[in-house]
Write a protein that binds this ligand. Structure first.
Ligand code: SME
Length: 162
């Protein structure tokens, strides 16, 4: 992969995601190692959107294990059905959590995290990993984030697991 300079020319959220998705394609094309891809996607999301915490947990040995991320240290394993990440894995469905304190069983890796979105990477009905993004602001994530981060998940799935 050659050097990637993101060129995001708008403050509109939808357009920012569209430009991001278009430009990240060249970063992920041809990548075959999931850890390398997760590392670069985490770095790209941090650079463009400056999320408080962004990273991946991988399904391994019947649990989620911490993968590449950008942000402060986080819990290294999460059990099936536990926390927001374990729930996304169990339900195979994106979780948008406007207030983490109101989510039963939320796992607090940082006391500064206030809201969260977790997108599962589902391939042939099997969850391979989850993309987890935290904000230090309440209700930071909405349906726009869900839709475009699910597009990103599709792109990752086709690249690595397709
Ligand atoms: N809050 C997550 C745990 C991971 S950290 O946010 C990085 C959860 O409840 O699953």
């Amino acid at each position: 992969m050659s050097e990637v300079n993101f060129n995001i020319t708008t403050t509109d959220k939808v357009e920012r995601y569209q430009q991001f998705l278009e430009q990240i394609k060249s970063c992920v094309e041809g990548e075959t190692y999931e850890v390398s891809l997760f590392a670069n996607v985490s770095a790209a999301l941090k650079e463009v959107f400056n999320f408080f915490w962004v990273g991946f947990y991988l399904v391994k040995d019947n649990q989620l294990i911490l993968g590449p991320f950008q942000g402060s240290m986080a819990c290294s394993t999460i059990k099936f059905g536990k926390g927001v990440c374990g729930t996304a894995w169990k339900e195979k469905k994106t979780q948008v959590v406007p207030d983490v304190d109101l989510f039963p069983g939320h796992i607090a890796c940082s006391s500064l995290s206030r809201s969260e979105i977790v997108v599962p990477l589902v391939v042939n009905g099997e969850v391979k990993a989850v993309l987890d993004i935290d904000s230090d602001k309440l209700a930071f994530f909405d349906d726009i984030d869900r839709v475009y981060l699910e597009h990103l998940a599709d792109l990752i799935n086709k690249t690595i697991y397709g």
